[in-house]
Design a protein around this ligand. Structure first.
Ligand code: ASP
Length: 422
């Protein structure tokens, strides 16, 4: 690939073009109907290519998570270091999640997006929300759900927490057996190389895939939908930007002193895939590759990023915080300090329980609303624009994983400065 037109640049151009073409198609659809065009071109061609690209990346997620985590754990070499690294990563994830939801609540109280908001129709109960069985999320349930009873089932059901659990077990066993398990370790190393090579091959198609995904999304929404909820979307994206600049920028500077600009340059391809697929899982292969470019050792990145894609969702927590305050205003519910603390706690649990796939964060929102007795039907108001929120929050979700991983690698001296600066 020529230096002048790197993959990251191509993806960026594809995103911008996708927005413009999508908005144009939406306009033409609204004005002239164009049913046949929609069926054959948008649903048939554009959606098909975009979905094929997302499916291909998703297909690599499970082998990548399993192989890279077990290898990462095995490569750390001793159990003491493993538990220290694991604890650090977990604390970073937890801390940033709590900051994210608190910031969102504060900002929404400050710039109230519900002023001038008129609901024309009384909220129709949304099918999608009611049909979704309300999962009870508690710490005990979450721990129990991550312990597999049948490994095959864990893979078939794509249960990420269980797959991570199994991979850690395998890594620990390899560490304990030392040279007796050399063959398996070699096998995992080669499988990892193969996985990364396949991901490189898929990423060459990213500009086309990203273009189709964005075109399809915008052809459905147009600008009309966005403008009617503009203030809410504005506050949401503002909170994402503040969190990115203040929290992540500050953390990077304080803990590592590294250049935030350089981080962004290397993170950009991950952001574009996260934005267009709205899935932390689908972005995982690209974010492992980007961390490698940042000089993070594979031992840390494979383990920390896979865990992050499953449990660390700062963008989702921000959405929870904003939506709670927004809906509380619409429903005239007064939120006391203890309500707000409840929101912080349930949203933290909900974001740990949110799967890294599109749209789940919004459904988990029902649980946060329930904790303070705001009717879950209120979600119908924001559900229509969820794809626009999902794109941004997924970028922040995966960015949080990358930042924490980089910091922990730096603190553990598992970081190559030259590679980061290159
Ligand atoms: N789409 C988000 C992600 O994959 C999860 C969510 O819906 O909030 O990170």
């Amino acid at each position: 690939m020529s230096k002048k037109f790197s993959l990251a640049k191509k993806i960026f151009i594809a995103m911008i073009l996708g927005c413009l073409v999508g908005i144009l198609f939406n306009y033409l659809k609204e004005k002239y109907g164009l049913d046949e065009f929609e069926k054959f071109f948008l649903d048939g061609c554009v959606k098909m290519i975009g979905t094929a690209f997302t499916n291909l990346i998703k297909a690599m997620v499970m082998p990548l998570v399993f192989v890279s985590i077990s290898l990462g754990v095995a490569s750390i070499g001793n159990l003491k270091k493993l538990s220290r690294v694991g604890l650090k990563i977990f604390l970073f994830y937890l801390g940033t999640t709590i900051i994210a939801v608190s910031l969102a609540i504060f900002l929404t109280k400050f710039i109230d997006p519900a002023t001038n908001f008129h609901v024309k129709n009384k909220f129709s109960l949304n099918q999608e929300i009611n049909d979704e069985p309300q999962k009870k999320v508690s710490i005990a349930n979450m721990i129990l759900e991550s312990v597999p009873t049948n490994p095959i089932q864990s893979f078939v059901q794509e249960n990420m927490l269980q797959i991570i659990f199994l991979a850690i077990l395998l890594g620990v066993a390899i560490t304990l057996l030392q040279e007796k398990s050399d063959l398996i370790k070699k096998f995992l190393e080669q499988s990892n190389e193969i996985n990364l090579t396949i991901i490189n091959m898929i990423m060459n198609f990213a500009p086309i895939g990203v273009f189709c995904l964005i075109t399809y999304t915008f052809s459905n929404f147009g600008i009309g939908m966005i403008s009617s909820m503009a203030k809410y979307i504005f506050v949401f994206y503002l909170a994402l930007i503040i969190h990115t600049i203040l929290v992540y920028g500050f953390m990077l500077k304080i803990f590592t002193g590294l250049s935030v600009k350089k981080f962004w340059q290397k993170f950009w391809p991950v952001a574009s895939v996260a934005f267009s697929t709205a899935s932390s899982n689908a972005s995982l292969p690209v974010s492992i590759k980007a961390s490698d470019n940042m000089g993070v050792s594979k031992n840390i990145s494979s383990f920390a990023l896979s865990l992050g894609a499953t449990i660390n969702m700062n963008g989702t927590s921000i959405m929870h915080g904003i939506t709670v305050v927004f809906l509380a205003h619409i429903y005239n519910v007064n939120l006391s300090l203890s309500d707000l603390i409840k929101v912080v706690c349930t949203s933290t649990l909900a974001s740990i329980g949110t799967a890294g796939v599109p749209g789940v964060g919004m459904l988990m929102m029902a649980m946060v609303l329930k904790s303070i007795n705001i009717p879950a039907e209120g979600l119908a108001i924001v559900l229509g624009i969820d794809r626009i929120l999902d794109a941004g929050r997924t970028v922040v979700n995966v960015m949080g994983d990358s930042v924490c991983t980089l910091i922990v690698a730096f603190l553990e001296k598992e970081f190559d400065r030259k590679k980061f600066d290159s």
